[in-house]
Design a protein around this ligand. Structure first.
Ligand code: MSP
Length: 517
């Protein structure tokens, strides 16, 4: 045992029916920032992502592609792995539900649920949406333009009648409501908790958890012909990754229950209702939080393949660079809200905060040191009250950022860091170090030292969101110790270290032409 506090964060596992798009990149990015933040803050972290490979949706996609399902899954899963590399995600594991360890894990969970009397055999007849991989009650359906029945999400539904095993979800109504009442942070944001609560209050029906009309999935133990419902299979991945069913496994002991499952708002019901019910039924500890983020639209339109407006994260990185992409996605829109992606907003935001903001601050400071202080960090004199105020406020920002990160409020965390970058900008304007060279070179040295210190700490704080550019920045000022324990006095820069001619870290982007339609 290391004795360090632990942190387990998960992404949803992604369906391999299609290649990754911006929505997938967004969910995993949020988890990556949490994981990186916690590691820098001294935690022992497990960050899990992966792919959801079973079910009718995947089976049909493979059929359409003319390949067997396993080959199909192998191909598409690889694209998601490539995304984790392209986005510089620091996941500790990449799980696939077609792995043997996972099949064993979910079959074990099934047996436990059965032994405890929460699974029974019956017949399902009702509506199913393959696109959503969800069962819907007649009352939930909406009417399509041609009068056809549709899922509330707009997805097509089909009538299903087949023998099926059921999970006694109805037995968990009161326990779930108690869970939400006693743990108001179990579902975040708050508005989502209210949504979940009213869904449960509306009454829960038992859930069909096996299918018999196709083959691509985990077999139900001792029940020939039954394939597990893909959601029970998928949700169990969070347990598999830490060693379940071996609850004595080191990772299980360290990391279960998970600190937070980050999900999109569309899959909240599965995570905040079904999942805790399965876990309660199996007598397993519950995750501490499920956070549901919003959806991106593209220039005001819903993102969809049929509209041809899917945002490809690989293209975005190619065009604007990785860190600007990472920054924009989490800075622009409060996490939890829906957001609109537009190139104009992207360029305005990155130019203002990155190239004019932190970029300009560091470029100016480091150039002045390089030019005026013999290419080395000068020895400071005594700190004035302004010096102490600037550095003191930056030091205090760690706690503020920590608080926001613990609430998954990324935009506020970034806002707090950038408020300090602006404070450093104002400090330069007031101190005018360029004028001090002649009048008071000692004071110039102090001001430039204070600014270099400000940049060091701001860059350390910004690492989780922009690992590559902050790495460049910190290397330019010779900083190798980069944990949050280095914020403040502990990591103070040593006068005399070489400051080479600085290289710009954040490029400026051209505004896209105004569209005329
Ligand atoms: N396989 C299930 C999850 C199982 S977890 C045990 C699944 N996969 S998914 O590939 O369809 O979606 C994964 C995530 O991508 C969801 O959290 C979803 O909200 C997110 N997004 C898909 N499109 C999105 C946007 N346009 N915007 C933001 N996120 C969106 O559901």
């Amino acid at each position: 045992m290391t004795g360090r506090p632990t942190y387990y964060v998960t992404t949803p596992i992604y369906y391999v029916n299609d290649k990754p798009h911006i929505g997938h990149a967004y969910t995993t990015l949020a988890c990556d920032v949490l994981a990186r933040f916690k590691r820098l803050d001294g935690f022992d972290v497990m960050f899990l992502t992966g792919t959801d490979e079973h079910g009718q949706k995947i089976e049909r996609s493979a059929e359409r592609a003319g390949v067997d399902p396993q080959t199909f899954c192998d191909q598409v899963s690889l694209k998601f792995k490539e995304l984790t590399e392209a986005m510089n995600f620091s996941n500790d594991q990449f799980i696939r539900t077609t792995e043997e360890r996972h099949k064993k894990s979910v079959q074990h969970l099934w047996k436990v649920l059965q032994e405890k009397g929460f699974i029974y055999e019956d017949r399902y007849s009702g509506w199913y949406s393959v696109r959503d991989e969800a069962f819907y009650a007649e009352s939930e359906l909406i009417e399509g333009q041609g009068g056809e029945k549709l899922a509330p999400t707009g997805a097509p539904v089909e009538w299903v009648e087949e023998p099926s095993y059921f999970f006694k979800l109805s037995a968990f109504e009161d326990k779930l409501l108690e869970l939400y009442d006693n743990n108001p942070d179990f579902v975040m944001p708050k508005s989502r908790l209210n949504e979940v609560r009213s869904f449960v209050k509306g009454g829960l029906e038992d859930l069909s958890v096996s299918r018999t009309t196709f083959n691509w999935g985990v077999k139900v133990p001792d029940a020939p012909g039954h394939i597990m419902y893909v959601w029970i299979d998928a949700l169990a991945n969070y347990l598999t990754a830490v060693g379940y069913p071996d609850t004595a496994a080191a990772d299980y002991q360290k990391f279960w229950p998970a600190n937070v499952h980050i999900v999109g708002k569309d899959i909240l019901r599965f995570h905040a209702v079904y999942w805790p019910a399965f876990l309660m039924a199996a007598d397993l500890p519950l995750p501490k939080r499920v956070f549901a983020h919003g959806w991106w639209t593209n220039e005001g339109q819903k993102i969809s393949k049929s509209l041809g407006n899917v945002i490809d994260p690989f293209e975005l990185i190619e065009e604007y660079g990785l860190d600007a992409t990472r920054f924009f996605l989490l800075r622009e829109v409060p996490f939890g809200n829906d957001g609109d992606f537009s190139r104009r907003a992207f360029v305005l935001r990155c130019n203002a905060d990155l190239s004019n903001g932190l970029g300009n601050l560091s470029q100016r400071t480091l150039s002045m040191i390089h030019k005026n202080c013999d290419e080395a960090l000068p020895v400071p004199g005594d700190f004035s009250s302004e010096d102490k105020e600037l550095l003191g406020n930056i030091e205090k920002t760690l706690d503020v950022v920590r608080g926001h990160i613990d609430n998954q409020a990324f935009h506020l965390a970034l806002d707090a860091i950038w408020t300090q970058a602006s404070a450093a900008d104002s400090y330069i304007s007031v101190q005018e170090p360029w004028k001090l060279k002649k009048t008071d070179p000692e004071r110039m040295n102090t001001v430039l030292y204070v600014l270099a210190e400000a940049i060091r700490q701001l860059a350390i704080l910004a690492q989780p969101i922009m690992p590559q550019s902050t790495d460049k920045l910190l290397s330019q000022i010779g900083v190798s110790e980069r944990g949050f324990d280095q914020i403040g006095q502990a990591g103070r820069l040593k006068p005399g270290i070489a400051i080479p001619k600085p290289e710009g870290v954040f490029p400026r982007f051209e505004l896209p032409e105004e569209s005329t339609d």
